[in-house]
Design a protein around this ligand. Structure first.
Ligand SMILES: Cc1cc2nc3c(=O)[nH]c(=O)nc-3n(C[C@H](O)[C@H](O)[C@H](O)COP(=O)(O)OP(=O)(O)OC[C@H]3O[C@@H](n4cnc5c(N)ncnc54)[C@H](O)[C@@H]3O)c2cc1C
Ligand code: SF4
Ligand code: SF4
Length: 627
C-alpha cells in the first residue's frame, strides 16, 4: 500500500533494551564478510581443535563472533558475476567450481561496441561519425548484427582464468562452510539499525526495532532492537549500507575524499532457449547502447542459464534515467536478442555500486571498528571488479584480528591500523586501487573522452588520465527541459509531465516514447512489465512491523523538486508520484538498491555529501539468491 512518508530523521523511542555481549559483531554478509568470516573462523581454532583464545565477553568459551544480515536469507542482498577470483582462490586453493551452483570457469571473452539499431539514443557528433565509419567499413571489421567486437581486449579488462558465478549462490556456499566450522554465527533477516558510538569509540550495534509503525513508533507487538556490544564491530554493509553511512556522518571522510561516483546496476538471470549454444563461461561486455554511457554484460552459467544486465552511471546526465526500460532495449539489441529471444526470466534484481573507489574510501578503522568491502572503497572501476576486492579486504582484516587476539591487544584505532590497514596498504588492493582511482574521470566530459582516459590510465598503471570534475547530482544534473533541448519543446514536456502526474505515473516512459524508443513487445516470459518483473523475477517481500527505510527528510524540498528523479530512477517502482509533490514510498516493491539515495536532486541542507533522501536500515527486499 502506498502512502506519503514524512518520518522524522531519528525515530528511536527511549525504551529499555536487552543487551548481549560478544567479542566481534559483524554487519552484512556479502563477499567482504565471506572473506572475513572464512579466514577468521579457520584461525579461531588451533590445529588440535581447541580455541585460539578465550572469549573476553563470555569467559570460559571461545571468542563469540556473530554476523547480522539484513536480507531475508543469505545471498539475497548481493550481486556480481565474473571475477578473477584471485583472493577467493587463495582462500580455497582446491576450489572445484562444480561444487557451487551456477559457477563456470571463464572460457571466452568479448568486448562489443553496440551501434544504435533504432535511432533513438542520444549520441554526440563524435560518436555519430564513428558509427557512420563503422557501418561504411563493416566489411573489413569483425561486425555482426549491429555490433563490432573489439579485436583486442586490454589486459586490465580481461577476465581470463576467472570464474562466472552467481554471488548469491557463492555466498550461500561460503556460509555453509563458515557455519560448519562452529565458530561463528550468521543471522539473516536481522537488519542492524545503527552503530553504538560512545566517546568516539564504536562499542557495538543496535538491531532494528520490530513491531513499529512505518515511522518507527512503537505499535502492536513492539520489540525494541537489542544492543549487541562488542570489542570489535566489523562493517561490510556494501555501497549504500546505513551503518557505514552513519559512521561517515559521525567521523567524516578523510580530507579530499568524496563519494560522487556510482552506478545503478540492474540485471536478469535468464533460462536461454534449448538451441542456444553459448558455452558456459562465455563473457560478453558491451558499451555504446542503449545510450552511449550505459555499459552492459552477459555471462553464461552452466545449463544454459545467463546473467545479464546494464550499469547506469552517475555521469549519465539524464534526469529521467530509468534503468529497467533501458535494460529491455539493451536486451533487444540484435547482437544479444538472437540469444535471448524465447528465453525465460528466472530472477531479476538491482543494486548500486560505489564507484568512487579509493577516492570514496572512508576511515578504514577507528577505536572498536573496521570497515571492509565496497563500502570501504575497495571496488575497482578500471577492471570492473568488486567481488574479489571485497573478499580480499575481509581476509586482510581477519588476519589482523587474529594477530591482535593472539597478542591479547585491544582493538584500538592504532592497533587496527598497524594490522589491518597496513596489510591493505601493502597489497594489490592498494596498488590497483590507485591505478583505477582516476581512470574514469574522463567520462565527466563525454563517452569518447572517458574511453580514452580509461585506456590511458589502464595502459600506464594510472600514471596518466584525463581529469574530470566530480559533482553531486544536484550540481551536475540538467533539468528535464535542458536535457531534451532540441528534441522536445518545453511546452510539450510540461504537457507530458501533467498527463503522467494525473495518471500517477513517472514521466520516463512517455519521454522515451516521444524520443523514438520503440514500445517493448511484452511476451510474458522475458520482456515483462516492471510490475511483473517484481513478481516473477524478484519476488520482493516486505515484512510488516518495521520502520520505512526510505525517508524524505525535508518534504518541503520534495515539493519544490522539479525533476523528482528518485521516482524516475526507482528500480522497483517503489517510488511514485504522491500527495503534495512528495513521492509515495511502497516498501513492498523496494529492492533496497539505494539508487534513490544516490540520485536525489536536492542536497541535505546541513550534511555535505548527503541528499534529502535517507536510505536507512530496513527489512525485506528481493527473495532470490541467484543474482
Ligand atoms: C548488477 C551488478 C553486477 C556486478 N557485477 C560484478 C562482476 O561481474 N564482478 C565483480 O567483481 N563485481 C561485480 N559487481 C560488484 C559486486 O557485486 C560488489 O562489489 C560486491 O558485492 C561488494 O561486496 P560487499 O561484501 O562489500 O557488499 P555487498 O555485496 O553489497 O554486501 C553487503 C551486505 O550487507 C547487507 N546489509 C546492508 N545493510 C545492512 C544492515 N543495516 N544490517 C545488516 N545487513 C546489511 C546487505 O544486504 C548485503 O548482503 C556487480 C554489482 C552489480 C550491482
Ligand atoms: S529527488 Fe530528492 S528532493 Fe526530489 S522528490 Fe525525490 S527525494 Fe525529494
Ligand atoms: S525505493 Fe527502493 S527500489 Fe526504489 S530506488 Fe530506492 S532503494 Fe531502489
Amino acid at each position: 500500500m502506498s502512502q506519503t512518508n514524512t518520518a522524522p530523521e531519528t525515530s528511536a523511542p527511549p525504551v529499555d533494551r536487552q543487551r548481549m555481549d560478544v567479542d566481534v559483531v559483524c554487519v552484512g554478509f556479502g563477499p567482504a564478510m565471506g572473506g572475513f568470516l572464512t579466514t577468521l573462523s579457520r584461525g579461531l581454532l588451533k590445529p588440535d581443535g581447541t580455541p585460539l583464545v578465550e572469549s573476553a565477553a563470555a569467559p570460559g568459551l571461545p571468542p563469540q563472533v556473530i554476523c547480522y544480515e539484513r536480507a531475508d536469507d543469505l545471498g539475497f542482498g548481493v550481486s556480481g558475476v565474473v571475477t578473477k577470483g584471485r583472493s577467493i582462490r587463495e582462500s580455497y586453493p582446491d576450489l572445484d567450481p562444480a561444487q557451487i551452483p551456477l559457477t563456470a570457469p571463464v572460457t571466452s571473452e568479448k568486448v562489443l561496441y553496440l551501434l544504435d539499431p533504432v535511432g533513438a539514443s542520444r549520441r554526440s557528433l563524435g560518436l555519430r561519425v564513428i558509427d557512420h565509419l563503422v557501418r561504411a567499413f563493416k566489411w573489413a571489421l569483425p561486425f555482426e548484427k549491429d555490433a563490432v567486437s573489439l579485436p583486442y581486449i586490454p589486459p586490465f579488462l580481461q577476465k581470463h582464468g576467472g570464474l562466472v558465478m552467481s554471488i548469491g549462490q557463492f555466498n550461500q556456499w561460503v556460509a555453509s562452510q563458515v557455519l560448519g566450522s562452529g565458530t561463528v554465527q550468521i543471522w539473516p533477516a536481522t537488519p542492524v539499525a545503527q552503530p553504538l558510538i560512545e566517546n568516539h569509540q564504536v562499542v557495538g550495534v543496535r538491531l532494528m526495532d520490530q513491531g513499529t509503525d512505518r515511522q518507527g513508533k512503537p505499535a502492536d507487538g513492539f520489540m525494541p532492537g537489542m544492543d549487541i556490544r562488542a570489542a570489535l564491530t566489523v562493517i561490510g554493509d556494501g555501497p549504500v549500507g546505513p551503518i557505514g553511512k552513519q559512521l561517515e556522518d559521525h567521523f567524516g571522510l578523510p580530507d579530499g575524499h568524496h563519494q560522487y561516483d556510482w552506478a545503478v546496476g540492474i540485471k536478469m538471470v535468464v533460462n536461454l532457449r534449448e538451441d542456444v549454444d553459448l558455452k558456459p563461461g562465455t563473457v560478453l561486455h558491451t558499451f555504446g547502447y542503449p545510450e552511449p554511457e550505459i555499459f552492459g554484460f552477459m555471462y553464461v552459467h552452466p545449463d544454459r542459464v545467463a546473467s545479464l544486465g546494464i550499469f547506469v552511471p552517475s555521469w549519465f546526465d539524464s534526469p529521467v534515467r530509468t534503468a529497467y526500460r533501458y535494460l529491455q532495449h539493451w536486451m533487444m539489441h540484435p547482437y544479444l536478442w538472437r540469444y535471448l529471444e524465447g528465453g525465460t526470466l528466472r530472477s531479476w534484481g538491482a543494486k548500486t555500486l560505489q564507484e568512487s573507489g579509493k577516492r570514496g574510501e572512508p576511515f578504514l578503522a577507528g577505536h572498536g571498528y573496521a570497515r571492509i568491502g565496497e563500502g570501504s572503497g575497495s571496488t575497482n572501476v578500471l577492471t570492473g571488479s568488486g567481488v574479489d576486492e571485497a573478499w580480499a579486504t575481509g581476509r586482510q582484516l581477519a588476519e589482523g584480528v587474529l594477530e591482535l587476539l593472539k597478542q591479547k591487544k585491544p582493538f584500538t584505532k592504532e592497533n587496527l591500523e598497524q594490522t589491518y590497514v597496513q596489510r591493505r596498504r601493502n597489497s594489490w588492493i592498494e596498488t590497483e586501487g590507485h591505478q583505477a582511482e582516476k581512470a574514469r574521470d574522463g567520462f565527466h566530459h563525454g563517452v569518447l573522452t572517458g574511453l580514452i582516459g580509461m585506456g590511458l590510465a589502464g595502459f600506464t598503471g594510472g600514471r596518466l588520465n584525463i581529469p574530470g570534475k566530480h559533482q553531486p547530482p544536484h550540481q551536475r544534473l540538467p533539468s528535464v527541459e535542458e536535457y531534451y533541448r532540441g528534441r522536445i519543446a518545453p511546452e510539450e514536456i510540461a504537457k507530458i509531465r501533467q498527463e503522467c502526474r494525473a495518471k500517477g505515473l513517472p514521466t520516463h516512459d512517455a519521454l522515451m516514447d516521444r524520443c523514438g524508443w520503440p514500445t517493448v513487445p511484452h511476451d510474458g516470459k522475458l520482456l515483462v512489465s516492471h510490475q511483473d518483473a517484481l513478481l516473477m523475477g524478484g519476488k520482493v517481500q516486505a515484512p510488516a512491523g518495521y520502520a520505512d527505510h526510505v525517508v524524505f527528510l525535508y518534504p518541503n524540498l520534495c515539493e519544490q523538486c522539479g525533476s523528482k528523479i528518485c521516482i524516475e530512477i526507482c528500480s522497483g517502482q517503489a517510488l511514485m508520484p504522491g500527495e503534495k509533490g512528495v513521492p509515495a514510498f511502497d516498501r513492498e516493491k523496494c529492492v533496497h538498491c539505494g539508487a534513490c539515495q544516490w540520485n536525489c536532486a536536492q542536497p541535505h541542507p546541513s550534511q555535505p555529501g548527503r541528499t534529502n533522501l535517507a536510505f536507512r536500515a530496513g527489512a525485506g527486499g528481493l527473495h532470490s539468491a541467484e543474482n
